[in-house]
Design a protein. Sequence first.
Length: 273
Amino acid sequence: MNKGFSAWLRKARRSRKKAMQTVRGSETGNRTRHTRLVYTALSVGTVLVAYLLVLANIGVFSLMERGLYDRETYLAVNIVSAGGITDPLSRSARVELYRSCTMQGKDRSPLPEERTRSDAIEQIKTLWEQTLQNTVGQRPSGTLTGGESIDRILRNSRYTATLHDFYNEETNARIAIWGAQAYYTASDKRVYCLSAELDSRTSDVYSMTVALFDVIESDADLDFYPMLDALGEPHSVTSTGVSAGTATTLTLSDGTRLIRETQPGVQRYLTLQ
């Protein structure tokens, strides 16, 4: 009987072990299928979310586009140009930019298409020499009323030039201008100087200030000549005096105006408008 019981017990254990192995195998298969289903669901969900985001972006861009362009009226934009896209704007357009761009940027180096510092220095030298010669006029001695010789002034003058971008804060338009100066320390320690704002790409002069204090001799026509030469305008233009002679206006060939203002005994100022 003991042998029969032992055999039955061994058989029962084998059956139990086999049943447990079957259960474990079933559980492993279920976990594998569950894992596959989870990964499949995640992949499908990711694709669906991405697709929905693309649709949302398309909708947003469509709304923005309609907001910009689907109007009864349109914003007027005038683009002034002549010739190729790299050609300078007309002088009247550049003068308008010069008047509207008042925020000065940092000094910088010129671009390949812009005039170099040496170009600006040469132009300020020419303006300085012409101004001094016109100030002396026909006096044989070639000196200012204060006794300074024109030759001595020109030999000992110093020159500076820096390039800046000027911006319009509202429109973000900009214009590049060389700020140049010629200056000389006279025997009385006062500094005679000529300061000018020069176009970065042409020979146009936007403004010019001459400070010679009480030795300044001013003639309404002669004072215009250096800037007229730089602008390529004839000397035959007719000036119109205003404000009791302290300001004089010339209208140039393209309709822009050259304004001359004086501070007797101090300086004179010419500017394009």
